[in-house]
Design a protein around this ligand. Structure first.
Ligand SMILES: *[C@@H]1O[C@H](CO)[C@@H](O)[C@H](O)[C@H]1NC(C)=O
Length: 189
């Protein structure tokens, strides 16, 4: 139960592309954050890959854009895992946080965490899949996302200051790697 909730929270922060940024909307959250960097890599460009970059939106605030392509249909055996690390020494060392999405089948992840939490938000800034019922096949294609902004709505209202590193890895036909570094700070009222 707690594990599932943590997974949901992780997925929201990792993938959610919502319209709310910082103090623009009412929020109970005591904290805010800014993305510092994103990067991604692939073990085999001819199978799948992509790129990610930040767009400056003003005063140290950024949105995310990029693409993710698959040159082959995504097989059922393809697996994904996400981890969150935290640094309290300016990014010199990181420790694994309890929040994570354990290694799981990609279609399970799509039909639970993605669908329930991310899909409607992703609709606003990307062509990531929109579907009813179950998605059982992702054909070879290119997804693009443009100026997506991560909402912290699904996260705890309190998160301690620090530099956080989010990593998503895949296992199977290709090893994709996505990383985002974000700085969490308490709001000043
Ligand atoms: C990349 O994938 C293709 C298609 O499966 C394969 O032919 C090629 O050997 C792979 N390259 C590397 C470097 O693994």
């Amino acid at each position: 139960m707690g594990g599932k909730l943590q997974m949901l929270k992780t997925v929201i922060l990792l993938m959610c592309c919502d319209s709310i940024w910082g103090g623009l909307a009412p929020s109970k959250h005591t904290w805010t954050y800014n993305i510092r960097s994103t990067r991604m890599s692939t073990s085999n460009e001819s199978v799948a890959g992509g790129e990610t970059h930040l767009n400056r939106e003003g005063r140290g605030e950024y949105s995310m854009s990029g693409n993710l392509y698959f040159n082959v249909d995504v097989p059922e055996e393809f697996e994904v895992m996400a981890s969150i690390y935290r640094s309290n020494d300016g990014g010199a060392t990181y420790k694994l946080e309890p929040y994570s999405v354990p290694r799981t089948g990609v279609y399970t992840a799509i039909n639970t965490f993605y669908k329930d939490i991310v899909m409607s938000s992703a609709a606003k800034c990307s062509n990531f899949p929109q579907f009813e019922g179950k998605l059982e096949h992702v054909a070879a294609q290119k997804f693009t996302y443009d100026r997506c902004i991560l909402s912290n709505d699904g996260f705890p209202t309190y998160v301690s200051d620090g530099i956080y590193k989010f990593e998503v890895k895949t296992f199977g036909m290709v090893e994709l790697f996505f990383e985002a570094i974000v700085v969490v700070e308490q709001k000043t009222f």
